[in-house]
Design a protein around this ligand. Sequence first.
Ligand code: NAD
Ligand code: UDP
Length: 327
Amino acid sequence: MPAQKTQRILVTGGAGFLGSHICERLVDEGHDVICLDNFFTAQKTNVTHLIGKPNFDLIRHDVTLPIFLEVDQIYHMACPAAPGHYQFNPIKTIKTSVLGSINMLGMAKRCGARILLASTSEIYGDPHVHPQPESYWGNVNPIGIRSCYDEGKRVAETLFMDYHRKNRVDIRIVRIFNTYGPRMHPYDGRVVSNFIRQAITGQPITIFGEGEQTRSFCYRDDLVEGIVRMMNNTDNFIGPVNIGNPVEFTIAQLAQQVIELTGSKSSIEKRPLPSDDPTRRQPDIALAKKHLSWEPKTQLRDGLTKTIGWFNTIQLENYRPPTPNYV
Ligand code: NAD
Ligand code: UDP
């Protein structure tokens, strides 16, 4: 399946933050792209520039329900990703991961399509191994407030592997670490979008806990490149593979960078740390380097500068907070 051949490609969650960038890249490459989304956390403006192009279709549909399409590849991105979004209706979140994966795997099996799962670093939970290699099985609370997302994605990975082993479905699994960039929903409650929105509007920057917890932030362009390489790798490397930036920052350091780059006068306000919030997170990307010749190129400072630039172009009042759970 060479990357340059024109393919019929389905992107579930295609109107979301990452999905819309994948759609854009694939449309630009000349593929026949179907974007499927239920618009829970999506913005139509993420794909407005693609609507009307002859090689782009937009379908409003929920992946928990069956759908029959004819495709060659499926990027399965549909799932709320920000804690405030996935905790809004946790049962729906699990249904999206489990039923959505079953429906898309069934489609891949019927069509003989290759299917890629957008899994997550969250499957490592609050890790005891640092940095996290793909061989680490994780430390996940099965009954906590993050479990609907973490365990949902773990089951999705299991389903992908079982469809592969039993039904020979051609799969790829990508474990995405915290990714940021233009088109993040400004009210999604994630740390980068919160800090930038708060900084440019002069609101207090909300640090949860003492800000000593760490994350490793990947810029969206690097992420999309890694995902597309994984989908099209020709040495039958199915993963799972970590795709993320291995440079680790504390949340307090992130706040300082955002304040500096925006020139904001915002104060810092400490808030209680949500339960089960992982204390540290850093990808081991040796497998991605080996099999995909991939590693991120964008430094946090440069990626934040571009993201802040985008936040300065949007009208915040046009973005409806999809759930009430944001600060
Ligand atoms: P997002 O919320 O912007 O995108 C998710 C998209 O899925 C949205 O457009 C939403 O409307 C759609 N969706 C949700 N439930 C659906 C359903 N039942 N049927 C159809 N569409 C549905 O989030 P994102 O950051 O773009 O995340 C995309 C994928 O990448 C998710 O699967 C997420 O778990 C994964 N991921 C993202 C990150 C990150 O840092 N951005 C990290 C790890 C994993
Ligand atoms: N966080 C924070 N202030 C905020 C939003 C998030 O301090 O306004 C913290 C959060 O507690 C976590 C980290 O930032 O430790 C990353 O949170 P995010 O929701 O972006 O991603 P995840 O926890 O899923 O990695």
